[in-house]
Design a protein around this ligand. Structure first.
Ligand code: ADP
Length: 439
């Protein structure tokens, strides 16, 4: 394409030449201005003809070649052609991208549903339709909670914490377990990701049953062994050389019994993820029992304090809450030297009820804290074993708290001590009989 200045300069020269010709022609006929007017009219007519050709071409662009006009109009036409080519290129790329996107989302092994800010279905892929039983066109625009009515999903939505997926069971057309997770994006919109986890859930059930059955089967022989070892250890005729080994055997048998007890308890807790309904529990009384248990240990921290800041009851299952709190207090006692102290506290505020166990014991290095509630995870395996720990205590605590809609918060510093706090939501606290202690 020629440079713009040259084209526009040429157009200006042509216009001036037309005016000059009109002037000369008009002067010869003694009407110079009429000559100029005629020349300009002819020039304008010619421009209108060119404009008409461009207009006609714009209307028939898909079939007609651009007119060969040259000059300023030629430049305008070549600019239009360039813009058009660029637009066509982007459109093609966009269409190709959309096609790829449609094909790839259709091939995804996971279900994807796009929800708007009101949680109404905007779009879903083929797998989401299959897994969630969504019907194309019919279900678009409907609220997702009206289509997925499983109570676990309703609770997940109500809770508003979407960092982890929720597993729901669907019974039609066949029994499947689906993992659902909401991913917020944009301006209040959300993606709902659905994955079929039936295989994992079944494998997990097989594993759980195996652990439960094996633990159950081991319990009886172990009871017999423990019984004989106890009888033997009390036998006055026992060879002095055997007293030590038999004592050690008894300790190990006790440890095995405690591991089996914890494994069975964990299996029972894992049987269902359902929240437990609650009966009102007197936390102060429970803390008094736990305090006594610590003081009854042969070696225990010198000071065991109890601070009850509210007499509101906790709504939960007594056996499970007792087990969880006892595990926390037991750990504090185990990992705190005799000259240290342990403190239990129960308080209620606008966020709910809180039970904490803090100690001035050995503490936990920060890198271990996120993994403490895993089964058999120990910071110092040797130390845990020597204190009779099964490595399952905090896993039990985590499960019990999950079943009570509660969270565990762990704060610790090596050499300074630890604080384990259970946060229960407000609906788990019964304030009926509440009068603040000290009032
Ligand atoms: P264990 O039966 O070994 O105590 P837990 O699941 O109860 O198992 O605890 C896991 C690990 O967390 C323990 O082995 C210990 O290293 C650490 N731990 C738990 N509570 C405390 C505490 N109060 N102070 C220091 N370490 C702790």
């Amino acid at each position: 394409m020629q440079p713009a200045a040259r084209i526009w300069g040429f157009a200006a020269v042509r216009l001036l030449a037309t005016v000059a010709l009109g002037l000369i022609g008009g002067a010869l006929a003694h009407y110079p201005w009429a000559g100029v007017a005629c020349a300009l009219a002819a020039y304008l007519t010619w421009q209108l003809v060119l404009l008409g050709r461009v207009d006609w071409w714009l209307h028939h662009r898909s079939v007609a070649e651009p007119p060969e006009t040259g000059g300023v109009w030629g430049r305008v036409i070549s600019q239009i052609v360039r813009l058009h080519r660029r637009k066509r290129f982007h459109k093609q790329r966009f269409v190709q991208l959309m096609r790829q996107l449609r094909l790839s989302t259709a091939a995804l092994p996971n279900g994807v549903v796009i929800l708007d800010a009101q949680r109404e279905i905007v779009w879903f892929n083929r797998m989401a339709g299959r897994l969630l039983g969504l019907r194309p066109a019919v279900d678009l625009g409907l609220r997702v909670e009206n289509l997925l009515r499983e109570p676990q999903f309703a609770r997940y939505l109500q809770k508003g914490d979407y960092s982890n997926p929720v597993v729901i069971r669907r019974s039609s057309p066949q029994q499947t377990f689906l993992s659902l997770q909401l991913v917020p994006y944009g301006d209040g919109e959300q993606l709902l990701l659905a994955t079929d986890v039936s295989r994992q859930v079944r494998l997990e059930a097989v594993r759980r049953d195996f652990v439960a059955n094996a633990s159950h089967e081991l319990r009886s022989p172990l009871t017999v062994i423990s019984g004989y070892l106890e009888t033997l250890s009390q036998d006055p005729a026992l060879d002095a050389e055997l007293v030590g080994p038999i004592g050690e055997m008894r300790r190990q048998a006790e440890r095995m019994t405690s591991i089996i007890h914890d494994l069975l308890e964990l299996s029972r807790l894992e049987e269902t993820d359902e929240w437990v309904r609650g009966e009102p529990l007197d936390v102060a009384a429970l803390m008094a029992v736990l305090r006594k248990d610590v003081l009854a240990r042969p070696v225990h921290p010198r000071e065991v304090r109890v601070q009850v800041d509210s007499d509101a009851a906790l709504l939960g299952k007594e056996s499970e809450i007792h087990s969880a709190f006892a595990n926390l207090v037991d750990n504090a006692a185990k990992y705190t030297p005799p000259e240290g102290s342990v403190q239990m506290r129960w308080w209620v505020d606008a966020d709910g009820g809180h039970f904490s166990v803090s100690d001035t014991g050995i503490g936990i290095p920060p890198e271990h804290i996120p993994r403490l509630t895993e089964r058999f995870y120990r910071v110092d395996p040797g130390r845990s074993r020597s204190t009779g720990g099964s490595g399952l205590g905090l896993a039990i605590v985590k499960h019990v708290l999950q079943r009570h809609e509660a969270d565990l918060e762990i704060q610790s510093a090596p050499g300074k001590g630890s604080a384990f706090t259970c946060h229960f939501p407000p609906q788990r606290v019964s304030r009926e009989s509440e009068t603040l202690v000290g009032e």
